[in-house]
Design a protein around this ligand. Structure first.
Ligand code: FAD
Ligand code: SIN
Length: 533
């Protein structure tokens, strides 16, 4: 059993930014950061294109960034939150620069600025095509320098502890559900431990692994969202799953797909169908740089027409020098599988990329559960609405980590530890006999979600998905009740919950808006609403 004033779950940009700020403000208090994998194995590390921020007041303005975000969000962004993120963004970006992150500069010392889909200006700061890796590096090094941050990896948080674990009945209608800490499966000792905390921050990232192919690494299993849902907290807008239009297509690949950043199209890459036609002009006047939902649906439609599993991204007109200067990582990756981008087009297909919805928070990152905050991709702050504008998520994570910090710093003095929490009860469980049952169920879940709850949906498909998820849920719950816990089983259980929330949100939304396109309701409804589950 451990006690900590501040418990941060997740070591990506959101969790580390928060931890650094809190540790710096309260050098006498402990900040405990937990992660279920290696320190840097996060979605953050894989971010390519960069961070969208107004940093050139001559050509750009807050008003333009706000407008681009609202247009992409398709009518359901929280306008106040959009303004907060856009206007507080520059200060947060300066902070990570001060912590050591480097963004590419022109010879005259000004920042290089990229452009991606839906942006009206060049405003994306980047570090080659490995921006996330650079930011994660800088954050981890800063954390290393901060003596009152304790960092533990390979600790899998199972559930947040609330009144429910003390024997009280907790329902969605219970007022003041409170978080007192978490239960954790220590993957090194294989024991389940109890961590008591005054303030807990979920920064657990996305859920791309719910789909068959995703740009997200294997940690992205929606654990935080599933935990809050089980604790009867509020989750919203889960139907808005963003598919990135251009993941590298590798035949037979399942799971983590390599991303070809949208910045490639920002620099002039052109999407072509099997006949070699530059098809985007038929779908949107912004062509290859239309918002992601539009480009992904256009690619999906072209692939369906020709019965192929990919389209092409044409970069043959780039010089090798120009391409490798901005995209050395992509150049090397393509070359490693036999594609010289100056001679051959790159096969690309959409892949699950980002969860716009998540744990519902207010403008200070407070979830509906007391003393539990959420920031980063697991949170639904209201910024993205029905579709996230490219490169807005790193920015959102930093702005909201800061806001969680400000709020937490105010209230910490009034919170006491709850020392009457029970230990985890593992009575009656035995070693699982067949791990294959877990891997098979995971494959089934990913197939169901990809085939029935992908880019284009309809009611029949959603009903089918729900029936199949019900069965998977029942079988997995039996395993969970009777087996000793493993990360694979915990992740499967969480992913089924997340799948259920996506299908449920999609079924409630009787319209097509942003990333949610249902052929039974192709128009936008006049009723503008968030779906809270
Ligand atoms: P993450 O960085 O994903 O970190 C999550 C952390 O939570 C991990 O440490 C994980 O181990 C931990 N965790 C999860 N569950 C548990 C558990 N049960 N117990 C303990 N620990 C747990 N956004 C942009 O703005 N610009 C870009 O250019 C960009 N490019 C992208 C490219 C790719 C390939 C991908 C996948 C995403 C990209 N994004 C981009 C999105 C952006 O990277 C993510 O939204 C953001 O990094 C999420 O940060 P986070 O801190 O919320 O979560
Ligand atoms: C990309 O580089 O294309 C991804 C950017 C993002 O997801 O915001």
């Amino acid at each position: 059993m451990q006690r900590t004033d501040f418990l941060v779950i997740g070591s990506g940009i959101a969790g580390l930014t928060y931890a650094l700020k809190m540790a710096n403000r309260f050098p006498e208090r402990k900040v405990l950061v937990m992660t279920k994998a290696l320190d840097d194995e996060t979605n953050t590390k894989y971010a390519q294109g960069g961070i969208a921020v107004v940093n050139d007041m001559e050509n750009d303005s807050y008003a333009k960034h706000i407008e681009d975000t609202l247009i992409a969000g398709d009518g359901i962004c929280n306008e106040k939150v959009v303004e907060i993120v856009v206007k507080e963004g520059p200060e947060r970006v300066q902070e990570i620069i001060d912590w050591g992150a480097q963004f590419d500069k022109e010879e005259d010392g000004d920042y290089k600025r990229g452009k991606e889909g839906g942006h009206s200006e060049f405003r994306i700061l980047h570090h080659k095509d490995v921006t996330g890796k650079e930011m994660e590096r800088a954050l981890l090094e800063a954390v290393d320098r901060q003596p009152n941050i304790e960092f533990v990896h390979h600790c899998f948080v199972i559930d947040i502890i609330t009144q429910h674990h003390m024997g009280f009945l907790v329902t969605k209608a219970t007022p003041d559900i409170e978080c007192y800490g978490v239960y954790v499966l220590n993957l090194e000792t294989n024991r389940i431990e109890k961590i008591i905390s005054k303030i807990t921050v979920l920064a657990t990232g996305g859920n791309g692994q719910v789909y068959r192919t995703t740009t997200n690494p294997s940690i992205a299993t929606g654990d935080g969202v599933a935990m809050v849902y089980r604790a009867k907290g509020k989750i919203e807008n889960m139907e808005f799953i963003q598919f990135h239009p251009t993941a590298l297509y590798e035949p037979g690949l399942r799971g983590h797909a390599f991303l070809i950043t949208e910045a490639v199209r920002g620099d002039g890459g052109i999407l072509r169908n099997m006949k070699g036609e530059a098809f985007m002009e038929r779908y949107d006047p912004r062509k290859d740089l239309a918002p992601r939902d539009i480009v992904a649906r256009a690619i999906d439609s072209e692939m369906k027409k020709t019965g192929t599993e990919h389209v092409w991204l044409d970069c043959r007109h780039f010089s090798k020098e120009k391409f490798t200067e901005h995209f050395p990582n992509i150049y090397e990756k393509c070359l490693s599988i036999g594609i010289d981008i100056t001679k051959t087009m790159i096969p690309v297909a959409p892949a699950a990329h980002y969860s716009c919805g998540g744990i519902k928070t207010d403008e200070w990152g407070r979830s509906s559960v007391k003393h539990l905050y959420a920031c980063g991709e697991c949170a639904s702050t209201g910024l993205h609405g029905a579709n996230r504008l490219a490169s807005n998520s790193l920015l959102e994570a930093m702005v909201f980590a800061h806001r969680c910090f400000l709020d937490g710093a105010e209230i910490i003095k009034d919170i006491a530890f709850n020392d009457s929490l029970p230990d985890w009860n593992a009575e009656g469980t035995t070693e699982p006999r067949e791990m294959i049952l877990i891997t098979q169920s995971l494959k089934e879940l990913q197939l169901v979600m990809s085939d029935y709850v992908g880019i284009v949906r309809n009611d029949t498909r959603l009903q089918r998905a729900m029936r199949r998820l019900d069965l998977l849920w029942e079988e997995t719950e039996q395993l969970y009740q009777s087996s000793s816990l493993s990360p694979q089983l915990l992740e499967l259980r969480n992913m089924i919950t997340v799948g259920y929330l996506i299908v449920k949100g999609a079924s409630f939304r009787k319209e097509s808006r942003g990333l949610h396109f249902n052929t039974d309701y192709p128009e936008k409804s006049v009723l503008v609403q968030n779906i809270v589950l």
